[in-house]
Write a protein that binds this ligand. Structure first.
Ligand code: FMN
Length: 214
């Protein structure tokens, strides 16, 4: 696989073929890509609500801005990326217990050090609830980026969506009560044969402008 070609092939799909579903085997790989995404101090401050049915998509549609409606209704799957808000002590202990179960700690001291290090970084980024949410959201966006490229690698098209009303989404899905806030949305599926964006040239600033090699 050539990564440059893959990155050039991924594009924001504007029109999906509503008749095309993503196979369960490929979906399982996409969900792995989300679950295995990196996050600062392995905090995994996320939850993913997946609308993969007509009913699920209809439920979130009122929170999607009009211009994005078809990107939700015609896509095969729509992921609402949520951040844990607040990042509770219960969640941090849950992560620690999972790391122990997965064999990450050879000694109790290493476990204690891991726990202390995570709390230190969480603390640094939690000066206010909004600061903590902003930090958690950055981790969530990493998962988004990984999903978009991963989908392209599987020949699956995607649309990152910020064009939605987060407060409305939170209310529709009862997210706040669950300690969650919506951050961003992504559609997945297969492009319509008439999606003009598929053939529009990609446009990016030249490499000389955006890189400084020292
Ligand atoms: C975080 C994020 C949010 C975006 N939100 C929308 C959106 O709501 N609707 C849409 O059609 N495109 C959306 N886009 C697509 C961008 O416009 C697109 O990525 C950019 O123009 C580059 O084009 P490309 O993805 O085809 O390479 C979003 C992209 C990102 C990364």
């Amino acid at each position: 696989m050539n990564l440059s070609e893959l990155a050039a092939r991924r594009y924001t799909t504007k029109h999906y073929d509503p008749a095309k579903e993503i196979s369960p085997a490929l979906l399982a790989q996409l969900w792995d890509v989300l679950r295995l995404a990196p996050s600062s101090v392995n905090s995994q401050p996320w939850h993913f609500v997946v609308a993969g049915t007509a009913a699920g998509k209809a439920k979130i549609l009122p929170a999607i801005l009009d211009f994005n409606h078809a990107r939700v209704t015609d896509a095969a799957q729509v992921v609402v990326f949520c951040a844990k808000a607040p990042l509770s002590e219960e969640h941090l202990q849950r992560v620690l217990a999972q790391e122990e179960k997965d064999g990450r700690f050879e000694t109790p001291e290493l476990k204690a050090a891991g726990d202390a290090g995570r709390h230190h970084f969480v603390g640094l980024n939690s000066t206010t609830p909004e600061a903590q949410f902003a930090w958690a959201s950055k981790q969530v966006y990493l998962a988004l980026g990984q999903l978009l490229l991963g989908a392209a690698a599987l020949g699956i098209d995607s649309t990152p969506i910020e064009g939605f009303d987060a407060e409305k989404m939170d209310a529709l899905l009862g997210l706040r009560e669950k300690g969650l806030r919506s951050v961003v949305v992504a559609s997945l599926g297969y492009r319509s044969a008439t999606d003009g964006n598929a053939t529009r040239p990609k446009s990016r600033l030249p490499a000389e402008e955006i890189f400084t090699f020292i």
